[in-house]
Design a protein around this ligand. Structure first.
Ligand code: 6OG
Length: 436
């Protein structure tokens, strides 16, 4: 039993009394496997620890492995860091047993902590350090997105791997975290089955090879690489993406052409982009491959649909409509398509919103929806479609695209729809729909 609180990662500091920002742990000295950057230091402060010991992660680019210690001096919290070559980053136990101090902040120095001292000795001294006088302001942990120009791939940038969640399945995830397994346990390599993951090599100290996330992720089929701690700021995913140079690769990444010494962003730009199942991709940069229309002709309580003979969704029941021709407005396209597919001309045409569809294979279509309250002519079968009338409360949704049941009832009820959908072939994966 140790007198100290041991956290393989300070991000999982959830001991009783320590799991809320207002909790007080008087005299509690934490020995952690985390690097001593800003985010871990802030968490230590906000859990009201008395003092803390981190791993210096090789100190690295812009001293990122120990900048948190200086920050903690602002609130007079004593903190020190162990030399990454003396113990395994990510293991609190090993840090306590084998760690040797490389860096101590002013408050820790006042308590007698000095470089060269064992972590065990330093932790004992820190119990008698003066108490912090305040708590550091919270840092908002960053999750950002980047698009790579050369292949259109979307990259998720997450400063701390502890924030990876199920929304990152199949994504490319660049983290600022060290590439060692917290607690040496392979199940903590990554919290979601990303398609690709990036870590910081944190100085390549002890445990880097034995306790690496990279082989653990290869077992799960996930391509993973580390970036050199001298090229990128540990704890900062943006820095890894912008400046990181690859320093270690797992076998899945190697198959995908990853090489030590290559810039991370350059390598990512050579890969086919991942499937993107996140609605965040419908941002101002999203452009559909095709623009198209859908028209629902109403006659009293009946709606005119078609059995589609060709084109996208052939065999399904849908409204008439189709892709815009060059120079055409959506309204002109809507009228022309109904004329071509059913030999009638729709009238009293009302715009009823827009639908954006992204398919997993990269195809996308932006559809303008119309309702027509009148028409001239008699609907006829053509090369493209078979006309079918249905009462509006008996629409055969089972034979239609999966999204229709979500928005068509409201559209026929005079609402305007704004919808975003991600499809994998015929299967709707994600959707978001608003009505006005
Ligand atoms: P042509 O291949 O006929 O243009 N469309 C969809 N309609 C619904 N209701 N749901 C979808 O979910 C759709 N994707 C495409 C728009 C394509 C036609 O197919 C419609 C156009 O009317 C994925 O030229």
């Amino acid at each position: 039993m140790s007198d100290f609180l041991l956290f393989d990662s300070i991000t999982s500091a959830t001991l009783p009394g320590l799991d809320s920002e207002n909790a007080v742990a008087p005299g509690a000295v934490a020995v952690t496997g985390s690097h001593g950057g800003l985010y871990p230091a802030t968490i230590a402060s906000r859990h009201n620890l008395h003092a803390a010991i981190f791993n210096d992660a090789g100190i690295g680019f812009q001293n990122a492995g120990v900048v948190g210690l200086e920050e903690l001096d602002k609130v007079h919290m004593a903190a020190a860091a162990a030399d990454t070559y003396s113990c395994c980053i990510g293991s609190a136990e090993d840090t306590l047993q084998r760690g040797v101090i490389s860096t101590a902040n002013k408050a820790a120095q006042k308590a007698g902590v000095a470089p060269g001292m064992t972590v065990a000795e330093a932790a004992g001294l820190l119990q008698h350090a003066t108490s912090p006088t305040a708590v550091l302001p919270g840092v908002t942990e960053n999750i950002k997105f980047r698009k790579i120009d050369s292949n259109g791939a979307r990259v998720v940038l997450i400063d701390s791997a502890s924030l990876v969640n199920s929304s990152h399945i199949d994504q490319w995830v660049v983290t600022g975290s060290h590439g060692t397994l917290p607690g040496g346990d392979p199940q903590y390599a990554l919290k979601a089955a990303a398609a690709l993951a990036v870590f910081n090599d944190a100085g390549r100290g002890l445990g880097t090879n034995d306790n690496s996330r990279l082989p653990a992720l290869a077992e799960r089929g996930i391509a993973a690489v580390n970036v050199d701690f001298k090229s990128a700021i540990i704890g900062n995913a943006e820095s890894s993406f912008d400046d990181g140079v690859i320093s270690a690769v797992n076998r899945v990444a190697e198959h995908k052409g990853a090489n030590c010494g290559t810039g991370l962003a350059h390598w990512l730009g050579t890969l086919p982009p991942p499937n993107d199942y996140s609605l965040a991709q419908f941002d101002e940069h999203w452009r559909a491959v095709d623009t198209a229309t859908l028209v629902f002709v109403l006659d009293g309580t009946n709606v005119l649909l078609i059995r589609k003979k060709r084109g996208l969704g052939a065999g399904k029941i849908n409204g008439p409509g189709g892709k815009l021709e060059s120079g055409e407005t959506p309204r002109q396209c809507a009228i022309r398509e109904v004329q071509e597919e059913l030999a009638i001309t729709p009238a009293d045409l009302h715009e009823r919103g827009e639908l954006r569809f992204q398919f997993a294979d990269g195809y996308s279509i932006h559809v303008h929806v119309y309702v027509a309250h009148n028409y001239s002519g008699i609907p006829q079968e053509t090369d493209e479609a078979v006309p079918l009338w249905f009462p509006v409360d008996e629409i055969p949704y089972g034979e239609m695209w999966e999204d229709d049941q979500i928005w068509l009832p409201q559209v026929l009820n005079r609402c305007k729809v704004n919808g975003r959908f991600i499809f994998d072939n015929d299967r709707m994966l994600v959707h978001e729909v608003e009505f006005k």
